[in-house]
Design a protein around this ligand. Structure first.
Ligand code: SAH
Ligand code: SF4
Length: 366
């Protein structure tokens, strides 16, 4: 076997051709055994007992190590599990599995950190560290699926949302490659993926032509440029008008309804007037709105709106014919607020292994 695999990647980065190279001298069917193990059973080669022991050992030596569990937390009701995974280079990302009555959703990270600098977001506060590879994204889904099965659940997660750390549109190729492979090899339906973006127009336009019919969520948070540029700095590059044009192009090409995410911040974007402005934008592109009270983070003093205000806001939207869902605040007893896991472990800013910026997880699509 040739030891050509880059150490700083996931086993899920290898394609069939690379596996064939790695397995030179082995019977041809080994490739299929390993491929099925990875994508259907979500097992590493070391766990595949249908492989000879010697081969398992050699492969384990040559392949990148699996994601290391740096921390794992489960909610009291055991319906939400949050992992802090360590990558081979010591970077860390967060992944969350959420079990609902009718579906099991995994929220994955697409980057280590994020360069978009949204002040209210813990990931944005800490900055950008590196891109994840498609394999590193797939491996998060694989690990969540494997756990689900161990818990007596279905064979795999039913939904994948890109709402963890990072801006998926700023790592477009890896994200779409991960979706494509999970769709074709693990049989996760295209419509079960949701890509959430802060509003990167070129990414939205590209996704409009992506052959798989995935869902698109736009993190809007403000319906006028002045406030939005304050909350979401990339709005200065892609202002609301350009964003709405891109959404329209996306609709023309996919006929898929988009959703607007709105983190409700007390006295910032939660007034009736804000709801009126949002109604106009949402109606213009027939968007569904998801409301979630802001999770407070240490770097942003604003509080989340009260549930009563969230409901009143929802009513104004409803009066204007706009459907809005109030997200459940999943996992609040395991620091679902963005970045709190990192802060609790005291790992932020202590060297290269300590660039944890979890940003998930109570703000997920229904
Ligand atoms: N970068 C992408 C996806 C990751 S963030 C995006 O911004 O859409 C996933 C979602 O979490 C986004 O809607 C984001 O606005 C929201 N979010 C970030 N920090 C939050 C916080 N402190 N409270 C509530 N939602 C937050
Ligand atoms: Fe990045 Fe999304 Fe956080 Fe903004 S909200 S900093 S785009 S992860």
């Amino acid at each position: 076997m040739s030891p050509t695999i880059h150490p700083n990647r996931s086993i899920y980065d290898l394609d069939r051709h690379e596996w064939a190279e790695l397995l030179q001298g082995e019977p041809q069917y080994r490739i299929e055994q390993i491929w099925t193990g990875l994508y259907r059973q979500f097992s590493t080669p070391a766990e595949l007992t249908n492989l000879p022991k010697k081969l398992r050992e050699t492969l384990t030596e040559k392949l990148p190590p699996p994601l290391l569990v740096s921390q794992e937390q489960t909610t009291d009701d055991r319906k939400t599990i949050k992992w802090l995974f360590e990558l081979p280079d010591g970077q860390q990302v967060e992944t969350v599995l959420m079990r609902y009555r009718t579906r099991d959703t995994v929220c994955v990270s697409s980057q280590v950190g994020c360069a978009m600098g949204c002040g209210f977001c813990a990931t944005g506060q800490a900055g950008f560290f590196r891109q994840l590879t498609s394999g590193e994204i797939i491996e998060q889904v694989a690990r969540a699926s494997k756990r689900l099965k161990l818990l007596g659940g279905p064979e795999r997660v039913s939904n994948v949302v890109f709402m963890g750390m990072g801006e998926p549109m700023a790592n477009y190729d890896a994200v779409t490659e991960a979706i494509t492979r999970l769709n074709s090899e693990s049989n996760i339906g295209a419509r079960s993926f949701t890509v959430s973006t802060v509003g990167i127009v070129p990414g939205i336009l590209k996704l409009a032509d992506f052959p798989l019919q995935v869902n698109l969520a736009i993190s809007l948070h403000a319906a006028n440029n002045e406030l939005r540029s304050e909350l979401v700095p990339i709005n200065k590059t892609y202002p609301i008008e350009a964003l709405m044009d891109a959404v329209e192009r996306y609709l023309d090409s996919t006929s898929r309804r988009v959703s607007f995410e709105w983190a409700m911040m007390e006295s910032v974007n939660d007034s009736d007037a804000d709801a009126e402005q949002l109604s106009e934008l949402a109606s213009s592109v027939d968007a569904h709105v998801n409301l979630i009270p802001l999770n407070p983070t240490p770097g942003w003093p604003t509080r989340g709106s009260s549930m009563q205000r969230v409901r009143e806001f929802q009513e104004v939207l409803a009066e204007n014919g706009v459907n809005a869902t109030i997200r459940d605040t999943r996992g609040s007893d395991i620091s679902a607020a963005c970045g709190q896991l990192a802060n609790r472990t005291g790992q932020v800013g202590k060297g290269r292994r300590n660039v944890v910026v979890p940003s998930v997880s109570s703000h997920l699509p229904s």
